[in-house]
Design a protein around this ligand. Sequence first.
Ligand code: IMP
Ligand code: MG
Length: 200
Amino acid sequence: MADRISVLIPESTLDAKIKEIGEKISRDYAGKEVHLICILKGGVFFACELAKRITVPVSLDFMQVSSYGDATKSSGIVRIKKDLDDTLENKEVIIVEDIIDTGRTLHYLMPLLGYRNPASIKLCALLSKPDRREVPIEIDYLGFDIPDEFVIGYGLDYAQKYRNLPFIGVLDPDEDLMEDPAGEEPDTEEEAEPEESVKD
Ligand code: IMP
Ligand code: MG
């Protein structure tokens, strides 16, 4: 049976908000050029839509980082899986991320990129879960604050699936899949949880 998905933020609402952020960035950077850094993989849908809405000249680069931890707890250990192709020297940098959860990934990444001498560095995130924050993070351009729920779509995945949904949804795992077909006691939550997983 398929997983059940309920819509949290519909496509039209996302479109309208991204247009609004794009216009704000275009105003704030009037007469300048912006260098967008898309954080792979989750940020890619948002970064593409946002870039199309910015009217000042845009250059794009990509970075992939992994924060280790299970679904509910981030360890704060971040690894660069793919570094940027271009230098940040004297550029007006905007980091584009899908979601700020504990804040640990960007808390690590922002100062690291700051050492590469950009003219300025700002953070733009489509979503934020303020109730989950473990370290302080200033988000310069934010789409939506959302409640503490696991969301998918618009770049966000569950086990690498659902990134292609055109809306932000909440996944209700299929209860049938959680039943043991042999009729034995289901695994305890602790046993079923992966020891380590990569969030990107
Ligand atoms: P943070 O370091 O805890 O802020 O983790 C941020 C990363 O965790 C995001 O870039 C996502 O890849 C992942 N993440 C956090 N919350 C969700 C969610 O609700 N759905 C999908 N991925 C998430
Ligand atoms: Mg991510």
